[in-house]
Design a protein around this ligand. Structure first.
Ligand code: PLP
Length: 500
């Protein structure tokens, strides 16, 4: 945790949790909604009615809208159709400000332009060898592959197209583990990975593999020493994400791969392969698979202003990373991922990567500026805020916890901003985020956390509006909080013994 102003000690915050302003178990499930299709709906308030059934994840799982036909009421909001517009400006459309870039990014209009001919004219199957339709689609796919490779310092042939990072993570972790299972059945990952990595590992543990889940430090980073302690001669793969989707923390990729090499050398064993889930990193920060010693990597199209439903796996060929394919069929994509390559989507991913190669430095500088504006704007006006995760992480992911504010009320009051929170609804209660828990955050601080996702199309005006809204809502909620009143009176609430 990275305190901003003034510094609240974590142990003190933990003690506040027992005296939370309301009992979370009694709260009916939350009603955070952002339209999943941001270009086709507006949101207006109606009384909350609907609840969702499944536990969600912070990056998209909370965002539930499976029926956004015009005028339908859902999850406490009314969704009305509006004119299609990319890039979003909340004021001009009357729609919520979109600050949920880790869930998904709007597609760059230039990406769409590049994709359209592949739907209408160049619709050949890229695997058709006998006519021009196939050849031109194949050429477009090859060009896209080159763009993806360029962005991450890979060779074109190392790139395998998939449906997204979930598939890439499954394919790489399970595929590598299965290939080496004869001699090596140990896998290392971290407690703060995305659900698709954790669940792949969980499945492998049912197949007789042993998994070590590394803890993280209070700032969200792993300890290299913990990694050294966990490594074994029979470790086949180490999977550690590049940028965390909830707190933006950037793991030390080069140091991790150096550690794996050094361990193999010292112990005279085969080096464990290094896989990284880079869904939130590629196109946002510099990633170079060669320089960083990455053997396998997962990429997602819709996190870098490309289309949904497409991604890539980087699979090093020299020295060769060997894995068992999960999908069998026509032998496309080096036999690792059979199925007709979706040329329009792949071309979209390629264009998104080409644009990112050109614009990443600019994007990063802008996002950092907006991020600082947001953080300074809020923390200069409101006290008792904790930033979750190391402050040197990716600036487009800002995770803040607001002490003495009840999380449910905070979200309800911010319906005009599309954000994610550190709580996920389960059927009976609100669960604090497992990532924030892994940092050691107190339960109520996890519940009162908000993730602000800033991106290429976010504007200064949007940030200023968000600052204004957050300041006024937090102040208003604190005014209603008995805990806040006590704090104002100088009572040390950590010393209070609360009766049940
Ligand atoms: C870190 C991370 N890994 C994996 C995924 C899954 O990506 P996709 O939606 O492409 O399957 C996401 C996003 O949901 C993510 O943030």
């Amino acid at each position: 945790m990275n305190p901003i102003r003034p510094l609240i000690h974590a142990s003190r915050l933990r003690s506040i949790s027992s005296a939370s302003t309301s009992s979370f178990s009694k709260i009916s499930r939350r009603t955070l909604v952002t339209p999943t299709d941001p270009v086709r709906a507006t949101v207006s308030n109606v009384s909350p009615k609907h609840v969702r059934e499944d536990p969600g994840e912070l990056d998209g799982g909370d965002v539930v809208a499976n029926d956004i036909e015009g005028g339908k009421e859902m999850f406490g909001f009314k969704l009305n159709p509006v004119e299609t517009k990319t890039g979003g400006n909340a004021k001009s459309t009357g729609r919520p400000i979109y600050l949920d870039m880790q869930a998904t990014t709007p597609m760059d209009p230039r990406v769409l332009d590049k994709m359209l001919p592949l739907f209408t004219e160049q619709y050949g199957n890229p695997h058709s060898r006998t006519h021009a339709y196939g050849w031109e689609a194949e050429a477009a796919v090859d060009e896209a592959r080159q763009h993806v490779a360029n962005l991450v310092g890979a060779q074109e042939k190392d790139i395998v197209f998939t449906s997204g990072a979930t598939e890439s993570n499954n394919m790489l972790i399970k595929g590598i583990a299965k290939f080496h299972q004869g001699k090596r059945r140990h896998i290392i990952t971290t407690q703060t990975e995305h659900k698709c990595v954790l669940d792949s590992c969980r499945w492998l543990s049912t197949q007789g593999f042993e998994i070590t889940y590394l803890p993280v430090l209070p700032n969200g980073l792993i300890s290299i020493n913990d990694l050294k302690q966990a490594l074994r001669p029979d470790t086949s793969v180490v999977s550690i994400m590049a940028v965390n989707n909830e707190i933006g923390v950037i793991q030390p990729l080069k140091e991790i791969s150096d550690t794996l090499k050094a361990y193999a050398k010292e112990n005279g064993c085969q080096k464990a392969l290094f896989h990284t889930d880079a869904a939130q990193a590629v196109g946002k920060i510099e990633i170079d698979v060669e320089k960083m010693g990455i053997d396998a990597m997962s990429i997602s199209g819709h996190k870098l202003y490309g289309p949904k439903g497409v991604g890539a796996a980087y699979v090093r060929r020299r020295p060769r990373v060997r894995l068992e394919p999960l999908i069998h069929g026509g032998g496309q994509e080096r036999g690792l991922r059979s199925g007709t390559v979706p040329a329009p989507l792949v071309v979209g991913l390629g264009e998104a990567c080409r644009l990112a190669t050109q614009e990443m430095a600019n994007d990063h500088a802008r996002v950092k500026e907006l991020s600082d504006r947001l953080i300074n704007g809020i923390t200069s006006q409101v006290d008792h805020i904790v930033r979750n995760g190391d402050a040197s992480g990716y600036p487009g992911c800002v995770n803040l916890s607001f002490a003495y504010v009840e999380g449910e009320s905070l979200l309800m009051a911010l319906k005009d901003i599309a954000l994610s929170s550190g709580s996920a609804c389960t059927s009976a209660s609100l669960e604090p985020s497992y990532v924030l828990r892994a940092l050691g955050a107190a339960e109520d601080m996890a519940h009162s956390s908000l993730r602000f996702g800033i991106g290429r199309f976010t504007t200064e005006a949007e940030i200023d509006l968000v600052v204004e809204r957050i300041v006024s809502v937090v102040n208003r909620l604190r005014e209603m909080s008995p805990l806040w009143e006590m704090v104002q009176e100088g009572i040390d609430i950590s010393k209070i013994e609360w009766s049940q």
